[in-house]
Structure formats: structure tokens, C-alpha cells
Ligand binder design. Sequence first.
Ligand code: LLP
Length: 419
Amino acid sequence: MMSLGRLEGFSYSKGELHCEQVPLKKIAKEVGTPTYVYSKATLSNRVQRLQKVWRGAKFEAQVYFAVKACSNIHILRLLGQEGCGADIVSGGELFRSSIAEIDPRKIVFSGVGKSEKEIVEALKARIHMFNVESLEELLSIDRLSFESGSKAQVSLRVNPNVDAKTHPHISTGLKKNKFGLSKDELQEIYRTLPRLKSAQVCGLSCHIGSQILALQPFSKAWKELVETAKKAPFDVKFLDLGGGLGVPYLGEKAIELEDYAELIAKTFKGSPYEIGIEPGRALVGPSAMLLTKLLNVKRRGARSFYIVDAAMNDLIRPALYGATHPAFSVEQARSRALVTTDLVGPVCETADTFQTNLKLPALKSGSLLAFGNAGAYGMTMASQYNSRPRVAEVLVDGSSYKIIRRRETYANLIEHELV
Ligand code: LLP
């Protein structure tokens, strides 16, 4: 069993795990399991920690929250109220952001492939910026903005060829990755600039990967970004530094939000650029737990399997990236005795394993467990695999909570299949 460490917003009180002042047992009883439980205070606090550093340094930067990390409209609205804009990668995320009343002047549209439909929707919404990743994409945006008579500001996404030293699935800043523009590709775009009829190329962006646990890769990439800006044959007004700041899943030493914010202020204070960042995980990851119930304990010789009611369809990160989300018993064990067990879900593949050889207290079926650090890329990557309705989401605020996404029903499973 891991100690709670610094999972803000969650703590044991009278032997029971709480989110803020609400016992997780109460949520399990009233909403059922599995359920994602978010702490409102933690969400707000994580944004404010960045802003506080910048205020202190008399520096300004815009946070564009990476919607893909957690796209529930209630969470987006809350982050919007804290001053965040949105980094979107699809028309769907644009739709969610507008429902959540995110100011379109604070929306940047990233992604290596945008459809014409999505570009037109974003033009209509008058978003702040398109982060462009190819000449062909730039020409489409130029044509569509000319045809619709709407303004399109464009940042070119630089591929700085920097190793983010993270899982290969989520590393994006190397030349071999599909993302961004290499030096040659940039030159080709520069030659095309005079031919543009409508799009206004006025910024540069980069994003080198996700779950980055050191500051060095960031400084390297940003240095490259500034070098590129200095040499660019157009007036660079905006620099978008991307996202990628990691969180400690296993108690690793991660970068504090303050240190990250400080590095940004230090690097860019007094520079002629307007600065934006696109964090996802670092803002929402630690703000939620996935609450689950132990269905069965299966003993096989010296081994045992704890089978919980959450599965890889609800939280796919362990199966997809070998990630570990620390498991906590909702009721603190009275005895210190631990058993070694594999923590698994009910889905019919071995990949549906949250953790192996884990030391947990001896628990009985019906006991509650919670996976920590589940706020980012948890619910947004959930599916209905094995025809499991997607789980509920709950937002806790002090001593009360509200359901911000209903648990899906069996009817939801077939609603788009024409019967
Ligand atoms: N900006 C761009 C252009 C991105 O592609 C991403 C994430 C972000 C910002 C936000 O990155 P963050 O601050 O959250 O690291 N599903 C994976 C993570 C994929 C990240 C994809 N891009 C996971 O569960 O670890």
C-alpha cells in the first residue's frame, strides 16, 4: 500500500479515505462504483499555483488547458473560471469548450490532422490560433479562411528534435515522430508565406511529449523555439511552449508546478513574445481518484488476485503504457499484515491488470479501493469495451459533491445501433 504522499484533496480521516470532506464510502453508496471522483479545490489550486509564481515575477502567460486530458464540461468550466483557455485537437473538443463557455480568444487548435469541417468550425468560432503541422494544412486553412472571410492566426509547430525521455507512445518531439515541422519543412513554408491570401502566420509552437519528469528537455526545446523565432522571416508575436509536465505516479521525483512556472518566467520575462502553455496532466492528474469495489478474492497457491469492478476500459493507462496508478484501501486496515496480490479488472484479457505483486492489506469482497492520480487521461480514454457502460464522474466541493456525468446504462450501449 502506498502512502497518500501529496495527493492533494484526498486524505484519511478517522480511518477512512475522503475527498475533501466527503467520505468515498458515501459516494460509493450513493453513486455506485466504479466512479471517478474529482476534488474541486485541487483543480483550482493547481492552476493558481502557476499563476501565483507568474504574478510574483511580474510575468504573464496564458494557460491553454489540454482538453484531451479531461474533457468533462464541468471541469472545463471550472478551469475556464480560473482563467484557463483550451488547447483543442478536434471539433468535438471545440464543441465541449464552447459549451463550457471558454473564451474562443483563448482557444488554440493543435493536432497533426485537422479536417476541413473542423477548420471551418474553428474559423466560425473565431479561435485565437491554429497550430499548424504541415504546408498542406497551412494552405487549407489559408483557403478556407479566405473563402469564409474570417481571420486565421497561425503558429507553426516546430519539431525541435529533443528527447523528452518519456514512454515512446507519448514522445512527440523527435524527428522520427509524425509531429511538428522539421527545419526543411519550415524552410518550405517560409518560401510559401508570400503566397498566402488570408492566413496570418504570427507564432511558433512546440510540444515534445507527455509525462516529462525533468526540466532539461523543456529548456532545450524552448531554446530551439527562441532560436527559430529569431531567424523566422515573419514577425513572431506568440510562442506556445506546449504541455507535457509529468506527475509522480509512484512517488517519483517530479517537477513542482512552481519550478516549472519559474523556469518559464525566467526564460521569457522581457522577451518580445506573448507566451502560452498547454498543460493537461499536471493540472488534472492528481485531482481525481477512480473509486472501485473488490468483487472477488481469488487465491491460487501462494498468489492471489484481487478482482475489482473497474477495468481497462475505465482506466486504460496501465494496459497501454504500463503505467501504475497507486491503489489505496478506502478503509484503513486495522492490522498491518499485508498480502501480495495482483490487482486486476474483470475484462477478458490479461492486459486488464492494474498492478502485479502488490502489497495490500487482506481485504474482503465488497471492500472499496481507489486508484490515485486518475484525473488525466482516465475518463477521456474510457471505452465501452466488453459492453461495460462508461462510469460516473463526481465533483467534490468541500463537504458536498455533485454528479457531473451520469453512469451510462445498457440502453446507452446500443443507442447508436439502429434497432
Ligand atoms: N499539447 C499537445 C499538442 C499535446 O499533444 C498534448 C498531449 C498536450 C498539449 C498535453 O500534454 P500533457 O500536459 O497532458 O502531458 N494518453 C497519454 C498522454 C497523451 C498525451 C498526448 N498529447 C497518457 O495517458 O499518458
